[in-house]
Design a protein around this ligand. Structure first.
Ligand code: 5RP
Length: 217
């Protein structure tokens, strides 16, 4: 199977976590696009979705799935999203698609976070994938200088504006031994909206697309 077929297998397996008549939290990315397609096949059994990006909202609406504002939803049983890297503690790097802030907000509200990945996303140590940091535009240079002090290499993601009107700095060459601590440390830099470490709120379940079929852990 190709990597995309592994993503698709993980995404479709996530349907078993979706309860009837509930609102489903939906992430962003190519793996989630497969999940949205899967959700479309059971759209008449769910109440609708809360989305983490304009791109996912558009795909959900195209399939006829009602999208609710998060502010109008008092509880969310489940959030389903992909990841760029995930370790054995279910801590993740996310934000390859620049949707990290809204993803983190929806994940914070949800009772259960189900992460859907192909097996290339499983790592021993987070940080090979550059860590995305969403930054208020006027703070870009300041935040980059502060990130340099971590001994890492911040790179401005040219031409990308997030759904919130901000910019992304990708932090290369981080060896992340304490993801929870680093998540807090980077978020304390003035001008940072949030960073793509999902460690304090990690995944509760992971569905991994493998050559032997989807594995749930
Ligand atoms: C978007 C994300 C995605 O979940 C992450 O980038 C994985 O994407 P894909 O499923 O396309 O590999 O965090 O901001």
């Amino acid at each position: 199977m190709t990597q995309d077929e592994l993503k698709k297998a993980a995404a479709w397996a996530a349907l078993e976590f979706v309860q009837e008549n509930t609102i489903v939290g939906v992430g962003t990315g190519s793996t989630v696009n497969h999940f949205i397609d899967a959700l479309g096949t059971i759209k008449d059994t769910i109440a609708g979705a809360v989305s983490s990006s304009e791109a996912s909202t558009e795909r959900l609406k195209t399939l006829g799935i009602e999208v609710f504002e998060l502010n109008n939803v008092d509880k969310l049983d489940i959030y389903i999203d992909g990841a760029d890297e995930i370790n054995a503690h279910n801590e993740m790097i996310k934000g390859g698609g620049a949707a990290l802030t809204r993803e983190k907000i929806v994940a914070a509200v949800a009772k259960q976070f189900v992460c859907i990945v192909d097996d290339t996303k499983i790592v021993d140590t987070l940080g090979e994938f550059p860590l995305p940091v969403e930054v208020i535009p006027m703070a870009r240079s300041y935040v980059a200088r502060e990130l340099l002090k971590l001994g890492a290499d911040p790179v401005y993601r040219q031409g990308v504006v997030t759904d919130n009107g901000n910019v992304i700095i990708d932090v290369h060459n981080l060896k992340i031994n304490d993801a929870k601590q680093l998540e807090t440390q980077i978020n304390q830099i003035v001008g940072v909206v949030t960073n793509g470490l999902f460690a304090q709120r990690g995944a509760d379940k992971v569905i991994i697309g493998t050559q032997n079929g989807p594995q749930i852990k």
